[in-house]
Design a binder for this molecule. Structure first.
Ligand code: AHG
Ligand code: MN
Ligand code: MN
Length: 334
């Protein structure tokens, strides 16, 4: 059995100039995940379900657990002193950590602290997503928004925690994707899947088909294609949609599939957030041999303009994402 800490230390030895800061940072995320795991597993017994009674900056209902998870991760990251600043789906502005250590810290962290809010109250898998960048503002100066508005290709590390039938932490630092399953009796994450790679072909598609009427024509045509019979390509594909990006992504990563949240009439820019959801998942997907696109361009090449920017998102098995892009090109602007 190899724990997450042992694995990270082992990997660090491949980088002689590593300072251990990133290791400490990941450890803070691990601590936050353990706390949230503990509380989610007792959610029906604690007063943490339901709405908080307010909306976030994006006008979405904030659940109690959204805010709770945000505060847990923010505090855990601040305490370690490895992070100069924090941005989150639940915070209107970036949070600059103060203090001597934070001012010298080399990293900024962006998070979707609790993904899949609509599933919290009904005991269905939710997750937490993180994305880590090296600051570009020189050490000694306060970090600013520009440290957070880097293209996804500049990510140093990214990952997620899925709180499912077991809790699992999945991450990449650009050397493959590794997954660790939490053993609550020991309080440790144990390596369960090393170098995760998408199966070479997939036969799952995940999209909220209730919104079909609002989809671009290319997406409608691609879904028709998924539903057609063709033995050579194992179609029709199976439809699977949980409504928690983390859980849908995780299943498709292990089984082979595509997840799509396109632009719709209601969400003309797409619903998912580029910085907190698309970029980290795109980094993981590519590291696992998959692909992530906004329908025409690589997600990781987009230079963000605003913190809470949204994007259409097509992610998963490479051949499936390529097929979907082909349909988007065949039926443009409709
Ligand atoms: P969040 O809970 O962080 O706001 O994210 C919800 C996202 C994503 O997890 C999920 O795939 C998608 O919204 C579901 O949206 P629909 O309910 O519109 O399908
Ligand atoms: Mn989310
Ligand atoms: Mn969220």
């Amino acid at each position: 059995m190899k724990t997450l800490d042992e694995f990270i230390v082992e990997k660090q030895q491949d980088f002689p100039h590593a300072t251990g800061e990133l290791t400490a940072l990941l450890s803070a995320i691990k601590l936050g995940a353990k706390i949230i795991h503990r509380d989610i597993s007792k959610a029906g017994l604690l007063d943490i379900l339901g709405s908080h009674g307010a909306n976030n900056i994006q006008g979405e209902v904030q659940m109690k657990l959204d805010l709770y998870a945000n505060n847990i991760f923010k505090a855990a990251l601040k305490a370690r002193g490895q992070v100069a600043g924090f941005a989150s789906e639940e915070e209107e502005n970036i949070v600059i950590f103060e203090g001597e250590r934070a001012e010298k810290a080399r990293y900024v962290v962006l998070m979707d602290p609790l993904d899949g809010s609509s599933n919290i109250d009904v005991n269905v898998s939710v997750g937490s997503i993180f994305s880590i960048y090296r600051r570009i503002t020189p050490i000694g100066q306060s970090v600013s928004e520009k440290d957070f508005l880097q293209p996804g290709s500049a990510q140093v590390a990214a990952g997620y925690v899925v709180y499912g039938s077991s809790t699992m932490l999945v991450y990449t630092t650009g050397c493959g994707v590794h997954a660790f399953t939490y053993d609550p009796s020991l309080g440790v994450f144990c390596l369960s899947h090393e170098k995760v790679i998408y199966p070479s072909s997939g036969c799952l598609y995940s999209i909220n088909e209730g919104n079909s009427i609002q989809f671009p024509l290319g997406v409608k045509k691609y879904i028709q294609y998924c539903q057609e019979e063709d033995a050579d390509t194992q179609r029709p594909y199976n439809s699977r949609y949980i409504g928690s990006l983390v859980a849908d992504f995780h299943r498709n990563l292990l089984k082979g599939g595509i997840y799509i949240y396109p632009n719709t009439t209601y969400h003309p820019e797409g619903k998912l957030r580029l910085l907190y959801e698309c970029n980290p998942m795109a980094f993981l997907a590519e590291q696992a041999g998959g692909k992530a696109s906004n329908g025409s361009h690589r997600i990781l090449d987009i230079t963000p303009e605003t913190l809470h920017q949204r994007s259409p998102f097509f992610v998963g098995t490479e051949s499936m994402v390529k097929d979907s892009e082909r349909f988007m090109t065949l039926y443009p602007n409709q």
